[in-house]
Design a protein around this ligand. Sequence first.
Ligand code: GTP
Ligand code: MG
Length: 365
Amino acid sequence: MLVTTDYTQKQTVIIATVIKNNKQYKEEIYELNSLAETLGAIVIKKFIQKIKYKNPKTFIGKGKIEEIKNFIIVNNIKIVIFNDNLSPSQFKNIEKILTSEVVDRTKVILDIFSKRAKTSYAKAQIQLAQYKYALSKLPKLWTHLEKQRGGIGFRGPGESEIETDRRNIRKSINKLKKKIKLIDKQMNTQRKHRKNIIRISLVGYTNVGKSTIMNLLSKAKVYIENHLFSTVDTTVRKIKINKQIFLLSDTVGFINNLPAQLIDSFKSTLLEIKESDLLIHVIDITKNNFLKDITYVENILLEIGIKKNIIIKVFNKIDICRELNTKNAIINKKYMKNILFISALQKKYIKFLKEKIYAFTKQKK
Ligand SMILES: Nc1nc2c(ncn2[C@@H]2O[C@H](COP(=O)(O)OP(=O)(O)OP(=O)(O)O)[C@@H](O)[C@H]2O)c(=O)[nH]1
Ligand SMILES: [Mg+2]
């Protein structure tokens, strides 16, 4: 069975390695902190190390790991989160030294998705991603009773047991793939019925306000929260603007380094985006690195095969944006057309968004 991590009621430490520059790590650590908090973890200390070369055995340096070990003992830390992806042997070596559970960023994201999913479709997609991840991290995350009894830091399962585990995980993967295929089939039939209706998708980085816009434009009641990945399930609504009918969909948000397992198992969900006639790319203009977020999202869109779709960039949260004029000038210079500035929360300039959508649907008819 898959090992689940309990982030609540445990004190958690975050560790990160800085390889490039200070600015980059600050953004990444801030994001990792938000991801951990989304799961209910309390981050009480961040260990940062600037290194040129990763230690192949323990990822970070020997001295740093000793420092962390001492902190863990004194503060009774149960979980250590790494910002980077660790190899199975690095997991093993680090857990052995630290004698606490070690998780990486990908695992944290998968755990959030798993917590958020409501429909059986999204649940199956996430489970598939989790199993694929577990397969790549064996013997971690998938344990025999024997290992559970032994606890962290003790001798793990032997080669033959790992082989059995591998087989069992593959079986579960195949089962889930079949289940997803069946749901896909039903969805494809549904999609065929909607073939003549114009389709529009909200896309963007996580927590930028996509669902807030969805709820504003439709009668949907999508869950909104100031946390990462509030939306994992897709919502589609029929909307009418000036008698023009179209379908609007709100779906999962993206993030820098979105785990490959998730992109892979969410393929069919991402198809909804791919088949859309128009994409509304929502951006949180308050973030310092909002331009980078745009690139991350555009890269994922490219990865799923978006080439010629028309994209409107909607810069949201102008009500709390500092240096709005400076950012506005940068954006206007860089993108020139198909851009809008709104506040979904304060319902400001939604009229222009509706006008843009209407103009598009009219021209499409
Ligand atoms: N100040 C301000 N906050 C906003 C605005 N639009 C959305 N928010 C807030 O931003 C947070 C995220 O909003 P959501 O609509 O859930 O964002 P999302 O893009 O759907 O997020 P995920 O589903 O997690 O990817 C919530 O706390 C919203 O209230 C805005 O125009 N101004
Ligand atoms: Mg949402």
